[in-house]
Every structure is written in structure tokens, then in C-alpha cells.
Design a protein around this ligand. Structure first.
Ligand SMILES: [Zn+2]
Length: 560
């Protein structure tokens, strides 16, 4: 991107306007041009080398994969804060610092003492941990157990606005509910993602009076996140943030036990029910699962090792230039944490998280540098938020959205980054969530200006919308968007979908997501310039970002 071509083109139009019109418009337009010039100049300072350098540091083995609550993540957080300070950005964390300390509970199942049995027709079968079942532990109790009949409830979704209810026709009071991953495919992409959320399903199960939950693996989930990998990831503790009373987030004590069943485990559970696993999978795939009572009775005992840790979010502020609008914040976010040290894969046990998400963190820094050089500054204030605990469930962002370090009603919009566009030279972007709010205008404006096209989400079944930190802001009523890489490339010799599928299958959440990948940093810089410009347009518009009238998320969470 060359600042000259963008900055001067529109000025050339001016002589074509009539003199009188020019007189009337001149003061206003000159101000607008000066502002746009400042933005173009700032945008042009975004450099691929800077993104590469920050990534190289953050993804170094020395930082040991930046696991939440570890020394490696603390070093990364100190580095981000030091960079913010060097840019001249104000500290916007707690007590005049750049940090917000997030209190967390760590949750590890005791595999030896955690048991599950299925009783059927007087016979009792003990399931094998890691083979048939897994439990991630209980966030509130060191020991809990439940013994109850099991009811199958499809996806476990109740969506009145879609006239859809998986609990129709069954009474689950005092029962254990069993359900599949995902939500009906006929739902619109982002609401489908919302209803696929584990926390939404747990809340729904508890509201229906269930006392336990079982997530049933399906071939499609197996393809996305193999059960073996899920078991391997038990090396990373589950985490929840704690409120002032020490209560974990999204915790339902009335659910006295939860487990996941492998494909083998599902077969065992369904025995004698008159339904085969294939039948329930294909009914769900068609969006028409139906609930039924299983003949089986399940017993689950969950023993958990609970611990308490803290981990920092890092927050910096650029104060806006407009005396009114500066009380509103455009929040840029990117998670700094990754998985840490886990089980070895090909002899490597450090999960460096280079693309996921040293790349987003590096873009956040480079975008912050660009904004910090702007004169005049953008009209709204900008917050740069590096969050912790994303991999364990969007925890740092959810904590921040609940307890922001600036007045809560000042959070105007969130723009999240999780994975910069480094795998091929990009030609398009996907703006997850933009269709729900007026942010779509800035999304389009920025794309048009950089000759990027906008594409719809190509994989609604992968529920991306709930899989990164923008969803925390959405759930707290703040219009949000996650601009991510599209599947078009400016190089016709490249097949982006092939590269993506290979990356997801062999590198995603593996120690191999390190700096030894053939990254295209030029493309990463293009992505960062896009995200910069998008936030700039959001910061400039007099109208505050708003949910669209009658929007699903606006109605549910946006009434402030
Ligand atoms: Zn991740």
C-alpha cells in the first residue's frame, strides 16, 4: 500500500466541483481530507518485518507456548506492556498499570478416581477413561457424583425464535441428558454457532432440570477434533474465571457431573435403545434429531484437582480527539496466550502458537504503533487489549467484558484478531459477525479502499463465531467483528482451501505451529492494514455502532 495513491486521488476531484460548492464545503472537507491523509499515512507505516519480529519473539521456545498462568505468558505480557509504553500509549489497566489481573480456577480431572458406568438390563459396564469417555472435571467441587436415567436430546438446543426445541416431548427433570456437538444446520451461521456453545447447552440443560450431561462424539466432531486429541489436551488444565465471590463463570452446580463419550462410548450407551449411532448422527445432520428416553442408567463420579491462579490481560489507551466521542472506545483485541507445554508430538512439546495467536498479537502491536503516530488522532478513543485465557474458553476477554477497566457503557465496538493472514497472499476477508450490526458499513468501506473482497463464512459447521474473543463482547452486548482470512488468493497457483485444510489437520493446536512455517508476512501486513482501517472508520463515524433492528444478539444481549 502506497500512501500517495490513496491520499491524493480524491483531492483531484475537487477542481471539478463548482466554486460556490467548494467554498461551502472547503472547511469540512479539508478537515476530512486531513484526517484521511493522517490515517493513510499511519496505515502505510504497518510493516511486515515488524509483525515477523514480534511473532519471532512471542513464539520463541523461551516463552514455552505462553500457557495461561505460566511464566512464559507473563514474559509475553510484560513485553506487550513495554511496547505499549514505548509507543506513548496510556496505561488502561488496574491501578495506573497496563495490566488487569484475571483470577482463575484451574481444573484437572483425577483420571484414576473419575469413573463412569452404564447399567442396562441388570448388567453394569465400566467405561474406560480416554478410551470410552473423558471428564474435564468439575469447576466447583473436588468430588461430585450423579446416577440417573439418560435422555437423548439431539443437539440439546432450545431456540424459540427458530421454533426449534430438542427437549420437546421429553421430561429430563432429575435425568442425565445426552447430546451431540453443534446445532441444526438450517440455522443461520452465527446463531448456529451460538447454539453450539457448550455453555449455552449447559445452561439449557440446567434450566430443564437435568442433573448431568453427556456430550456424544459424532463422526463430524471426530473429524474436527479427534477424541484422541481431546484426550491428549487433558494435559492443559481447564480454566474458569472467578467473580468477587469466588464463583466460576458459567457454572451450574445443579449439574452434578459431565462427561464426553467417544464413538465407541456412544455405541455402548445406545445399546438396547433400538437406535443405532448412525441413525442419530444422520438425523442430526439433516437437522431433525428427535429426543428419546434411553433404557440405560448412567453413574458418573468426577474427582477434580482444583487450583487457583491469576493471569494478566494487558490494556492500553489512545485517547480520542473528539471531546464527546472520546468517552467511547473501539476495543481492538487479540489473545496472547496459547496452550503452553503439553504432550510431545514428533518429539516437540512446546506449543508455540505462532499463527495462533502470536500473529494476532503482533498485528495488535503494529496497529497500535500506527495509531500512536496519527495526527490528528481518531475521534473515538481506542483500547488495545491483549487478552489471556482464550484457549481455555475466551476467559480473559469475557472477564474484561464483564469488568472493563474503563466505564462499561463506553465500550462501543470490538474488533478481534485471531490468526493473521499468513498462509497465502490474501485477496478477501471474512468478517465474522459483521452482519449483526452497523459495523458492516466500516467493514465494507475498509475492504473497498484496500481492494479486498468480502466473503461469507465457508464453514458454518466449524462455528468460528463463538471460537474467539469477539464472542465475549457479543455476549456482553457490545457489537463485535472478527475479520479473518478468506479463501481467495491473488496467486492463481495457490489453492487456499487445500492449504487451510492441511494446516488445520496437521499444525493447528500442535507444537508444529511455530516459526518454521512458510509465512507470507507481506500478506499479514495487508491484513493488519485492513484491520487498522476498519477500526479507524469505526472510530470516526459520529453514529455509535449499534445492533441491527431486531437482531438476534442485539435482542438477547444488547439491551443496555
Ligand atoms: Zn487456538
Amino acid at each position: 500500500m502506497n500512501k500517495n495513491c490513496a491520499g491524493h486521488r480524491r483531492k483531484d476531484l475537487l477542481p471539478a466541483l463548482g466554486f460556490a460548492v467548494l467554498l461551502v464545503l472547503s472547511i469540512g472537507t479539508r478537515a476530512v481530507f486531513a484526517e484521511q491523509d493522517a490515517a493513510d499515512e499511519a496505515m502505510a507505516t504497518i510493516r511486515p518485518e515488524a509483525i515477523r519480529a514480534d511473532m519471532r519473539f512471542l513464539a520463541d521456545d523461551l516463552l514455552e507456548g505462553r500457557g495461561t498462568g505460566t511464566r512464559g505468558h507473563e514474559i509475553a505480557a510484560k513485553y506487550v506492556a513495554a511496547e505499549f509504553e514505548a509507543m506513548g500509549l496510556e496505561p488502561a489497566g488496574e491501578n495506573g498499570t497496563y495490566f488487569q489481573s484475571v483470577p482463575l480456577r484451574s481444573i484437572r480431572p483425577d483420571e484414576k478416581q473419575t469413573t463412569m458406568t452404564i447399567e442396562l438390563g441388570g448388567k453394569s459396564e465400566a467405561l474406560v477413561f480416554r478410551e470410552d469417555f473423558i471428564s474435564g472435571g468439575d469447576a466447583g467441587r473436588a468430588e461430585t457424583s450423579v446416577a440417573a436415567p439418560v435422555v437423548y436430546v439431539g443437539f440439546g438446543v432450545t431456540a424459540p425464535e427458530n421454533a426449534y426445541d430438542d427437549y420437546r416431548g421429553v421430561d429430563v427433570k432429575g435425568k442425565i441428558v445426552a447430546y451431540q456437538f453443534g446445532a441444526p444446520p438450517q440455522f443461520e451461521t452465527t446463531t448456529r454457532a451460538h447454539y453450539s456453545s457448550g455453555d449455552v447447552k449447559l445452561a439449557n440443560a440446567a434450566a430443564h432440570g437435568a442433573v448431568g450431561t453427556i456430550l456424544l462424539y459424532s463422526p463430524s466432531l471426530e473429524q474436527m477434533y479427534p477424541f484422541k486429541e481431546r484426550a491428549r489436551d487433558l494435559a492443559f488444565p481447564d480454566l474458569r474465571w472467578l467473580d468477587a465471590h469466588g464463583r466460576p463463570n458459567d457454572y451450574f452446580p445443579e449439574l452434578r457431573g459431565s462427561a464426553l463419550l467417544s464413538l465407541d462410548g456412544v455405541r455402548k450407551l445406545l445399546e438396547g435403545s433400538g437406535k443405532s449411532p448412525e441413525e442419530i448422527y444422520s438425523a442430526a445432520k439433516e437437522g431433525k434429531p428427535s429426543a428419546f428416553v434411553l433404557p440405560a442408567f448412567a453413574q458418573l463420579k468426577v474427582v477434580t484437582r482444583l487450583g487457583e491462579i491469576t493471569s494478566p490481560n494487558v490494556v492500553a489507551r489512545l485517547r480520542g480527539s473528539d471531546p464527546q466521542l472520546r468517552n467511547e472506545y473501539v476495543v481492538y483485541s487479540a489473545h496472547l496466550d496459547h496452550l503452553g507445554i503439553g504432550e510431545p508430538v514428533n518429539g516437540d512439546r512446546i506449543y508455540n502458537g505462532a499463527l495462533d495467536n502470536a500473529s494476532g498479537a503482533a498485528c495488535l502491536l503494529e496497529i497500535a504503533r500506527a495509531f500512536s503516530k496519527m495526527n490528528p488522532r481518531p475521534r473515538r478513543s481506542i483500547l488495545f487489549l491483549s487478552v489471556t485465557g482464550e484457549e481455555a474458553g475466551l476467559l480473559g476477554s469475557d472477564y474484561f467484558a464483564h469488568y472493563p477497566t474503563v466505564p462499561k457503557d463506553g465500550l462501543a465496538a470490538n474488533i478481534n484478531m485471531d490468526g493473521a493472514a499468513l498462509l497465502w497472499p490474501i485477496e478477501d476477508v471474512i468478517a465474522h459477525g459483521a452482519e449483526h450490526s452497523t459495523l458492516s458499513a466500516a467493514v465494507q468501506e475498509a475492504a473497498a479502499r484496500l481492494n479486498l473482497s468480502l466473503s461469507p463464512d465457508p464453514s458454518p459447521d466449524r462455528v468460528f463465531f463463538i471460537r474467539s474473543d469477539q464472542y465475549s463482547f457479543v455476549k456482553n452486548g457490545v457489537p463485535a467483528v472478527w475479520p479473518s482470512t478468506g479463501l481467495k488468493s491473488s496467486d492463481p497457483k495457490i489453492n487456499p482451501n487445500e492449504i487451510r485444510m492441511k494446516w488445520v489437520g496437521t499444525i493447528y493446536h500442535m507444537p508444529q505451529d511455530d516459526m518454521n512455517q512458510p509465512f507470507n508476512f507481506e500478506s499479514g501486513a495487508k491484513y493488519a492494514r485492513y484491520v487498522f482501517l476498519l477500526g479507524y472508520f469505526v472510530a470516526q463515524k459520529t453514529e455509535r455502532p449499534a445492533w441491527n433492528a431486531g437482531d438476534f444478539f442485539g435482542e438477547r444481549y444488547g439491551k443496555r
